[in-house]
Design a protein around this ligand. Sequence first.
Ligand SMILES: C[S@@+](CC[C@H](N)C(=O)[O-])C[C@H]1O[C@@H](n2cnc3c(N)ncnc32)[C@H](O)[C@@H]1O
Length: 203
Amino acid sequence: MTRDELAARRGVETAVYQPAEDSALLARAAVDDVSGADRVLEVGTGSGWVAERVAAETDARVVASDLNPHACRAARERARGLAADEGSGFEVVTADLVSAFRDGAFDVVLFNPPYLPTDPDNEWGDWMERALSGGESGRAVIEPFLDDVGRVLASGGRVLLLVSSLTGYETVIDYARDRGFAAEKAVEESYPFEALTVVRLTL
Ligand SMILES: C[S@@+](CC[C@H](N)C(=O)[O-])C[C@H]1O[C@@H](n2cnc3c(N)ncnc32)[C@H](O)[C@@H]1O
């Protein structure tokens, strides 16, 4: 039985990544960076918590997306709650990375990607794996994201990407630089097992 099947039998939601330290760091960097007129996309929104923070704490127009339909359902519910409480919400789109979006559509793209290097023999094969696992290198989702994200950025746009020391900070930055991005650290926090950085990428 998969973890999704077990969770469904127990009525427990384990298919959606819940906000953690990495989510909080990305939200902090985003709220500091985003300004009123910005069009913001959060890729891999999970529960929708980061998108909600940005929609609630800035005047930006926010779109949130995820590959996982359970995550999109949870994020839509959160968006409805925000709209009911504060009159501002965000849209949710089911999509693989930025493939669904048109060229130049966003001023800011946020992503807290799956980044844990994972032994192929120990992968779980469920939605939580898709939220956590970056494949053997830890960069299996980050690299295709960096290959295409420049396409959806408007002129002067920027990417805020969460990078863990477990993924290889310098390797990720080199990959981004090879695709034409300039990189600077926005915020950084150290934890017992990893350092988390939100890197700000501009073309
Ligand atoms: C580490 S979780 C982050 C969730 C949320 N943004 C947060 O910070 O709490 C990574 C998210 O990326 C999503 N994801 C993984 N691969 C994806 C892809 N190819 N396209 C879109 N979303 C993806 C997962 O479903 C998961 O919700």
